[in-house]
Design a binder for this molecule. Structure first.
Ligand SMILES: [Ca+2]
Length: 294
């Protein structure tokens, strides 16, 4: 009897009086297959992906059969399975060795994989797009099967366990991101993110006079411009000579030659403002006159 796996040599000696011969051959003894795997209970929130790893010991070829307990199976050695629905699932692993020591071994988990239900988060926000002049958004919550909720507004403010109808007034232009998170008694969460948009329409306000006398009132040629880029202003005197030029929309003409030296003489000056409307991408030129009053 061979007790240990390994290679053993056998010799057969044949003798019949005239002939004598030796046959020498070897036999190989394989270890018995041993089924090993990790079937420990694991769980989570549906849908949940669970990985299984085979660490069985056997020689030669084998077939694996995993039954995930939810009607789905796999013949991969180390499968991953996504449990879509809540429930308790008992997993079984079968190892069928097809060469060397042929054997079929199977084991079913004693404790189940518990998949908990996940709430469904949902909301609708209208309008999808608006302007900063009408910055209100109406939020309708459509979430289901949750016990607590958080709504995070675009400005970072959080509202916990809110009602189903809310309103938000955007303070700023650009993308507005709303995040709604719901959770249930199992700690399972679902999140909805919706982005809306607040436009800054092109707006240009230009006064027709200013008084650069240092009294603190209208001392600069102050214009207000919104929703634009690539700003440039040029100011010409009545002879067509340039007296001010800037590409900075927050730099204002103070009535001096290129904002230096003495205040220029009173009178009517021509301004030309060139910008690109941020929303449409179109170039806009605004030409007009401003009175410098000393
Ligand atoms: Ca003034």
């Amino acid at each position: 009897m061979y007790q240990q796996p390994g290679n053993y040599y056998v010799t057969l000696e044949v003798q019949d009086g005239y002939c004598h011969d030796n046959f020498r051959d070897s036999i190989r003894l394989y270890p018995r297959p041993e089924l090993r795997h990790d079937l420990e209970a694991r769980g989570g929130c549906a849908p949940k992906e669970v990985s299984f790893r085979d660490s069985s010991e056997y020689a030669g070829n084998a077939i694996h059969l995993w039954d995930f307990g939810d009607g789905k199976t796999s013949t991969a050695q180390n499968p991953s399975h996504i449990y879509l629905n809540a429930g308790d699932y008992y997993v079984s692993h079968t190892l069928i060795t097809t060469s060397a020591c042929r054997d079929t071994l199977t084991e079913t988990s004693l404790t189940p994989i518990t998949i908990n239900p996940t709430p469904i988060s949902g909301m609708e926000i209208l309008p999808q797009e608006t302007t900063i002049f009408e910055p209100d958004f109406d939020i309708q919550i459509t979430s289901e099967n949750y016990i607590s909720s958080v709504l995070i507004y675009p400005d970072g403010r959080k509202v916990i366990d809110h009602g189903n109808e809310l309103r938000y007034s955007a303070q700023d232009t650009g993308i507005q991101r709303f995040t709604h998170i719901v959770s249930n008694e199992f700690g399972c969460e679902d999140t909805t993110i919706i982005e809306t948009y607040v436009q800054q329409p092109f707006r240009l306000f230009v006064p027709n006079a200013f008084t650069p006398n240092g009294d603190g009132l209208n001392d600069v040629f102050y214009y207000s411009i919104l929703g634009s880029r690539n700003f440039e202003i040029r100011i010409l005197n009545r002879w067509g000579q340039m007296v001010f030029k800037s590409e900075d929309p927050s730099e204002y003409w103070n009535g001096r030659m290129f904002n230096q030296g003495d205040i220029l003489q009173g009178g009517v000056y021509t301004y030309i403002i060139d910008v690109i409307d941020k929303e449409t991408g179109n170039g806009v030129t605004k030409r007009g006159t401003v009175s410098l009053i000393r």
